[in-house]
Design a binder for this molecule. Structure first.
Ligand code: PCG
Ligand code: ZN
Length: 218
């Protein structure tokens, strides 16, 4: 997120509260993650799923953890009431946008406003902020291989751990997490082609400076 803000020079088009919202959301967006995704939470009827009525249980939890912090851990203790209201609303919007079941909804919204994007229109910048946190969230593959691959290995380990648990508990097995069906290349080619690139390409259309010369994707 920090890199994206710099590369797209958002400091000249968005105000500092929005930058604070984006950076804080990026840092906190997976706070206290259990390592099991929403589908598991819902199918296993975990405490989180019950608490949040199956509605983005993880993302609701990550976000709530931020605002439960008190005293010296409350990073908002010095902001005014009005600023707090705006920051809280923005962080909730950004973190809830990281639920991948909302991927197409948010991407389509961005596509529809893209031709007439206006930085002074709050509806537009709200969608852009959701897109930026989504891009940051799934951007591991945009990093050099020696940085990305160890993190990918951790991700696949987490996936396989979940599908093993689903098998053990007799729950529906999440296909893209099944060690008997997924390999590292098959997982990544599908994810990059169908999820990552369509999202990244839309952001590049708004910010052509994000395209690295000589890497045009057709
Ligand atoms: N297969 C695959 N999935 C990814 C990759 N990066 C992010 N994701 C998925 O996108 C999800 C975004 O939200 P989470 O961080 O909860 O969990 C993440 C993973 O399920 C990747 O490089 N490969
Ligand atoms: Zn998440």
């Amino acid at each position: 997120m920090f890199g994206l803000i710099w590369l797209t020079d958002l400091r000249s088009t968005m105000d500092t509260i929005d930058l604070l919202i984006m950076l804080t959301s990026a840092i906190c967006h997976d706070l206290d993650h259990t390592g099991y995704n929403n589908a598991y939470q819902i199918n296993a009827r975990t405490e989180l799923a019950l608490r949040y009525n199956d509605i983005s249980p993880l993302e609701n939890h990550h976000c709530a953890v931020i605002f439960f912090q008190q005293d010296e851990c409350n990073i908002f203790r010095n902001v005014s009431m009005d600023q707090f209201k705006r920051i809280r609303e923005g962080i909730i919007r950004c973190i809830l946008a990281t639920d991948m079941t909302r991927h197409n909804e948010i991407l389509n919204k961005f596509k529809s406003i893209q031709p007439c994007f206006d930085f002074s229109n709050k509806d537009h910048t709200d969608v852009l902020m959701m897109i930026l946190i989504k891009v940051s969230d799934i951007s591991n593959e945009a990093r050099p291989m020696e940085v990305a691959e160890p993190w990918l290995d951790c991700l696949l380990q987490e996936f396989f751990n979940q599908s093993d648990m689903e098998k053990l508990e007799g729950l529906p097995v999440t296909p893209f997490m099944d060690r008997d069906k997924v390999t590292k290349p098959s997982s990544q080619t599908g994810f990059i082609r169908f999820v990552l690139l369509p999202l990244f390409m839309e952001l590049k259309n708004l910010f052509p400076c994000l395209e690295v010369p000589g890497t045009h994707v057709y």
